[in-house]
Ligand binder design. Structure first.
Ligand SMILES: CC(=O)N[C@H]1[C@@H](OP(=O)(O)OP(=O)(O)OC[C@H]2O[C@@H](n3ccc(=O)[nH]c3=O)[C@H](O)[C@@H]2O)O[C@H](CO)[C@@H](O)[C@@H]1O[C@H](C)C(=O)N[C@@H](C)C(=O)N[C@H](CCC(=O)O)C(=O)O
Ligand SMILES: Nc1ncnc2c1ncn2[C@@H]1O[C@H](COP(=O)(O)OP(=O)(O)OP(=O)(O)O)[C@@H](O)[C@H]1O
Length: 516
């Protein structure tokens, strides 16, 4: 891959991003590499200067490592003698130049973007399971959990961000296409739009699952309006759109979709019993679903549609429980159809999907159930606990949970709210404390718990907390290990400290009980 200086200037001018440029005579005019990290700069590179933590010495290092040009929002003397492209917005410039450098990989893939406060990862895995049926495992996946850029085991790796930085995004799209992948399912976070990681990208299909207040704080969104605004951008940039009719702010979401997408290409869904109250959307919901049955390992549900072009009516089974997963699945089923997968293949593909750390069920010898789940905000914790309460007939629920440091501070109060509503017993523990003291975080949750209704213990060692919750369980109890999903680390003072995972710890504790 290469990109010329002249083409870069043209692209930036075309998008009104170029403030000024300094072109040198003696250095090459063609970039062989691009990078935003001085530690990864190679010969004849274009270097992007971005981020609050940027230090001028990084430019010096980049130059020593082979950078011949830089893109930045202001000139830097460390770059004297290099080509300099001074732009209005370096994140947007990086997205556009990365797409060009990697030769517009989105044109070689069918790209589906999924956004929502909750359910992105789950719906992405469902859709990959469906599409893989048709394209013989050629679906790339960019999710919070895994990034899959090809069919071989070495093409799957752990993600750092939900939506990658633009340069990494277009690079991994190119790798996916070159590895023979035909489709890409990607989670699109609100931060991806806030930080212009997906600037200029058009999705063949965009899915909007839901929105509730989250990700509001110093390092994320200043307020809910900003959060919603960023999420709506997915719809404005999608050729076809699927929207959950049950989501809060449906009218605003539908209107955003309609600004760029013909209403015939916008599909809505909701549960059969749901009555949509909308000022703008006068049609009935296009696709409805209803539960048939849950058991410990699976859920069965029915999908109905009166839209002739959607041939998806029928019964479906998931290897996951949770009424919210039927909603996630319905979005993926509609998407599968719009991509051209047959109903029978959709049903087969979705039935086998399991997702690391989402609604995994283990059984204790005494008959109690352990649920390992990634619920880590108010909406998901409520959805999870209210589902389990109904499903297991008002069981005693013990929840092992912590709240992260440095972000999502409102979650501490939110967890207390959900625990007060549903739990009987709580172990407050550690979950990515970052630069905060986990004891202080636990105390903040604890102060808001109703101690007259709940048994509460603060046990900061998460492994011990899980073991205690399992040891004290009785028949028919439900123990919920919440918030960490399949994470194999605890983020402590800027370092990902290895952690066995909730699942490994719970399984070991169950096995130890079995041999006692
Ligand atoms: C707020 C935010 O979006 N930050 C992201 C952003 O950081 P940044 O541009 O501010 O960069 P920085 O950390 O200040 O560093 C400055 C620059 O110096 C460079 N550098 C650094 C050291 C060096 O020796 N040489 C060098 O050149 C770095 O590569 C970087 O380009 O770009 C970095 C990659 O270039 C990201 O890792 C980082 O994500 C942070 C860690 C993060 O956690 N972001 C979260 C909030 C996020 O984006 N989450 C969403 C999911 C939210 C949801 O669940 O919905 C996501 O999509 O993952
Ligand atoms: N549609 C939904 N509505 C409410 N809660 C949900 C929904 N889908 C999943 N959940 C809950 O949210 C948790 C996280 O789900 P998932 O990982 O699919 O969401 P996500 O959008 O990718 O989350 P995040 O942005 O936090 O990574 C699940 O473990 C489950 O408890």
């Amino acid at each position: 891959m290469t990109l010329s200086l002249q083409t870069s200037i043209l692209i930036l001018k075309e998008h009104h991003l170029l403030k000024s440029s300094a072109v040198q005579d003696l250095v090459p005019m063609e970039f062989q590499n691009i990078s935003y990290d001085s530690r990864n700069v190679d010969v004849d590179s274009l270097f992007f200067i971005k981020g609050e933590k940027f230090r001028p010495t990084y430019l010096t290092m980049a130059r020593e490592n082979g950078a011949i040009a830089y893109v930045a929002e202001q000139p830097h003397i460390e770059g004297n003698g290099m080509h300099a492209l001074i732009v209005r917005d370096v994140q947007k410039a990086m997205a556009l130049l990365s797409a060009a450098f990697f030769n517009y990989p989105q044109d070689d893939l069918f790209v589906v973007g999924i956004t929502g406060t909750k359910g992105k990862t789950t719906s992405s895995y469902f859709l990959k399971g469906i599409l893989d049926q048709q394209n013989n495992n050629k679906t790339a996946l960019f999710s919070t959990v895994d990034r899959i850029v090809g069919p071989k085991p070495e093409d799957t790796f752990k993600s750092d961000l939900t939506t990658p930085e633009s340069l990494d995004l277009f690079r991994d799209m190119r790798r996916s296409a070159d590895n023979g992948m035909t489709h890409l399912v990607m989670e699109v976070s609100s931060q991806a739009y806030k930080k212009s990681r997906v600037f200029g990208l058009t999705y063949d299909l965009g899915i909007f699952l839901n929105i509730t207040p989250d990700h509001i704080g110093a390092n994320e969104h200043p307020n809910f309006d900003d959060y919603l605004h960023c999420k709506l951008q997915l719809l404005v940039n999608s050729r076809k759109v699927i929207i959950n009719a049950e989501t809060d702010h449906f009218d605003e979401i539908y209107l955003a979709a309609k600004t760029t997408t013909n209403p015939d290409s916008i599909f809505t869904y909701g549960r059969q019993s749901y009555k949509l109250k909308s000022h703008f959307y006068q049609k009935p919901i296009d696709v409805t679903f209803e539960n048939i049955e849950f058991d410990m390992a699976k859920s069965q549900f029915k999908v109905t549609t009166a839209k002739p072009e959607l041939k998806i009516s029928g019964d479906y089974q998931l290897s996951l429980i949770g009424d919210f997963n039927e909603s996630n699945a319905t979005a993926s089923i509609i998407a599968g159809n719009l991509v051209g997968v047959d109903q029978s293949e959709i049903a087969k593909g979705i039935s086998e999907v399991q997702i690391p750390g989402r609604m995994q069920v283990l059984k204790l010898k005494n008959g109690a159930n352990v649920i390992i789940d990634y619920a880590h905000n108010l909406a998901s914790m409520r959805a999870l606990l209210s589902f389990l309460k109904t499903e297991f007939n008002n069981p005693k629920m013990t929840v092992v949970v912590g709240s992260p440091g440095d972000k999502g501070v409102s979650r501490r109060k939110d967890f207390a709210t959900a625990l007060n509503e549903f739990a009987s017993q709580v172990y407050l523990t550690t979950d990515d404390p970052g630069f905060e003291n986990p004891q202080d975080i636990a105390n903040e949750i604890d102060e808001q718990l109703h101690h007259d209704q709940l048994t509460v213990e603060i046990e900061l060692d998460r492994k011990t907390a899980i073991e205690k919750a399992l040891q004290t369980s009785q028949k028919d109890d439900v123990i919920i290990l919440a918030g960490k999903g399949n994470d194999a680390y605890q983020k402590v003072r800027g370092i990902d400290t290895p952690y066995e995972t909730d699942q490994v710890i719970a399984k070991a504790a169950i096995n130890a009980q079995d041999v006692q």
